[in-house]
Design a protein around this ligand. Structure first.
Ligand code: GLA
Length: 365
């Protein structure tokens, strides 16, 4: 990159994200509360003569070198995020997109539930939007990035990650209605507390297929509810008493999934109101409740995440914790009194190592 001409290079910093509350609600039409973080993907882009694009990543092997109109998928997973972005842009602006070179570096650990993939697709979209003057709005970029996940990588994700990354701001949570996509930023600077992630450094294979399964299960639960109450179009917005009226029509598994979604939606509303009242201890408690739901009703946790969350319950100064993101590995999110952060990190790290013979990497936000 040293010989790239700075004048013609575009540099994009595209963050990762955490989610304070509202897990697995985005594809159920619920509300979420994500926030961008300092860990980010950095992308350098420059135009190149012709119809070839070349993309290199410092995190992954195998450079990608392709013709713009070539839309077949690659065997190399990360390539497909880039191919997806380029192909979708070619559909929108075939005449404006020309050859380019991109170099990608990044500090977001992959598979940690911090949205490294949305960070890449959204960052690339912003970069190419600037490089070729495409005038694509942030909302459209979010939708394109989501389409790339659905159609080029096979992940039927919601819209939370893309919105958090494109619309989020430092120290502010994005209160996002995933159905209407209305959103507002909420200031959450915490003078006495700190968010800390513990990366379990595990990613269980089950994750991808289970995510798809949860999308299917919650759709099925909604359609059962709709057969009695057709006015409800999104599971997250169904009142709890109506779900209970449909209890007999669902098997235990579907009922548990739907119960989690509806309770989590209630928790989002509670957390938003507690944040505005600076009620952080009660908020911490809700994080624990959310984890309980994710683990026992939604069934997307794992022993390592359960251990990390349970451990903090006996640590003085930890207000609350829960697993974060899709699940089956990745990080827990912890709210800790600032003065207790160092001692908590030390204790959690040593106990986790003793129990699983694995490092758990703390990330201070
Ligand atoms: C992944 C998906 C998101 C969201 C979360 C769970 O990060 O990409 O769309 O569903 O899981 O909240």
């Amino acid at each position: 990159m040293s010989n790239w001409d700075d004048k013609h290079t575009i540099k994009i910093i595209s963050p990762g994200r955490i989610n304070i509350i509202g897990e697995h609600l985005d594809y159920n039409g619920g509300d979420v509360l994500p926030m961008p973080i300092h860990l980010a993907t950095e992308i350098h882009l420059i135009k190149k003569q012709g119809v070839i694009y070349e993309v290199e990543s410092s995190q992954f092997e195998n450079m990608l070198c392709r013709e713009l109109k070539d839309d077949h998928l690659s065997d190399v997973k990360w390539h497909n995020y880039v191919i997806g972005v380029v192909c979708e842009l070619m559909k929108i602006s075939p005449l404006k997109i020309k050859g380019f070179k991109a170099l990608i570096t990044g500090s977001i650990p992959v598979g940690a539930g911090l949205s490294s993939s949305a960070s890449l697709t959204c960052g690339l979209l912003r970069g190419l939007n600037g490089l070729f003057d495409l005038h694509i709005s942030k909302k459209d970029m979010a939708l394109i990035a989501q389409r790339v996940e659905h159609q080029y990588t096979g992940t039927p994700c919601g819209i939370m990650d893309q919105y958090a990354i494109l619309f989020g701001e430092k120290d502010k949570a994005l209160y996002l209605n995933c159905h209407t996509q209305e959103n507002k930023l909420i200031d959450i600077s915490l003078p006495d507390f700190q968010w800390v992630l513990f990366n379990s450094n595990v990613k269980h294979n089950l994750g991808d297929s289970a995510y798809e399964k949860r999308v299917f299960e919650t759709k099925t639960a909604l359609s059962i509810i709709q057969s009695k109450f057709p006015v409800y179009t999104h599971l997250a917005k169904v009142p709890l008493y109506l779900l209970k009226k449909c209890r007999k029509k669902m098997n235990d598994e579907l009922y548990k999934r739907a119960l989690y979604v509806i309770e989590e939606q209630n928790r989002v509303e509670q957390v938003v109101s507690l944040l505005t009242q600076n009620e952080f201890y009660r908020l911490g408690n809700i994080l624990y409740q959310s984890h309980q739901g994710l683990s026992s009703l939604y069934d997307v946790s794992c022993v390592e995440l359960d251990y990390l969350v349970d451990l903090t319950k006996s640590i003085d100064g930890v207000l609350g914790a829960r697993m974060m993101g899709g699940g089956f590995g990745g990080c827990t999110l912890n709210l800790i009194e600032k003065t207790k952060v160092d001692s908590t990190i030390e204790l959690v790290s040593s106990q986790y190592k003793e129990r699983f013979k694995l490092e758990c990497s703390p990330i201070r936000l």
